[in-house]
Design a protein. Structure first.
Length: 255
């Protein structure tokens, strides 16, 4: 077979006009992260390690009665904490590999069937990746293959037509073994590099606030903070932010 020429391998860049976003949301509990992504276009498929949807789904459906939300729940925490004995570490690695394999299968299926996919929380998924590949030898200098897996996960989302959200919790930041007083995302610390949108969610005086760190789809939104555009709502809706991301689109196109 005749090899292709270098010039033939360079293809024209297509202009994409898909009305969707791919983002990572970090924040403390109870600041509206899940609520925000569950407002995305139906059907919404949730890959949950968190068991944190009770109450949130009901609140979302009060505002969006026809919202189709489906969830697969992974029992990693319950099963892993029951392991003990001489083979505990090996058993935990085996379990992590099993759960990670199921997640990968479910994730690819969700990208084909859903309009919105939510990984809640990527924090837990990152811990499972570490156990599946490294066991208790969790030195960060060996994280290269784990970053590759996380990057491939985001690339699959980009190749799809779905809106995809990844939720991360926060942890205390340390420098030279001393706390800085700051809180930073807990999970894959490079996720924001690959997503279109990186946000911090906070709750202040009863309102949900979104601080946008990075925004590839509309760079003017970066380093800005947004809250509810209506006195009746707790925070900025998914549809409102969508229309800001892609100017000229309608709320219906983001619903």
């Amino acid at each position: 077979m005749k090899p292709s020429s270098p010039q033939s391998r360079f293809q024209p860049v297509a202009e994409h006009s898909r009305i969707r976003t791919i983002g990572v949301s970090a924040g403390e509990h109870g600041c509206g992260k899940s609520d925000f992504w569950l407002q995305g276009p139906s059907p919404v498929y949730v890959l949950s390690f968190d068991n944190g949807l009770e109450g949130v789904v009901e609140h979302v459906r009060e505002r969006y009665p026809d919202k189709d939300i489906r969830v697969v729940q992974y029992d990693w925490l319950k099963r892993s904490t029951r392991l003990s004995g001489a083979t505990e570490e090996a058993d935990r690695m085996d379990l992590a590999q099993e759960v990670l394999g199921q997640f990968n299968e479910d994730y690819e299926h969700a990208l084909q069937q859903a309009r919105t996919v939510l990984v809640d929380k990527e924090t837990d998924l990152w811990g499972i990746r570490i156990w599946a590949k490294l066991g208790s030898g969790q030195q960060s200098r060996y994280y290269g293959p784990l970053y590759d897996e996380a990057h491939a996960m985001v690339d699959l989302a980009i190749e799809s037509d779905c809106t995809v959200g990844y939720i991360q919790s926060l942890k205390d930041e340390y420098q030279a073994d001393k706390p800085t007083g700051r809180r930073t995302p807990r999970g894959c610390n490079r996720l924001g590099e690959w997503c279109f949108l990186a946000m911090e969610h906070v709750r202040r005086e009863g309102k949900f606030i979104i601080n946008i760190d990075k925004c590839r789809q509309n760079t003017s939104l970066a380093d800005e903070s947004y809250t509810s555009l209506s006195k009746e709502r707790l925070g900025l809706t998914f549809q409102e932010l969508g229309q800001m991301l892609l100017e000229g689109t309608s709320a219906e196109e983001w619903s």
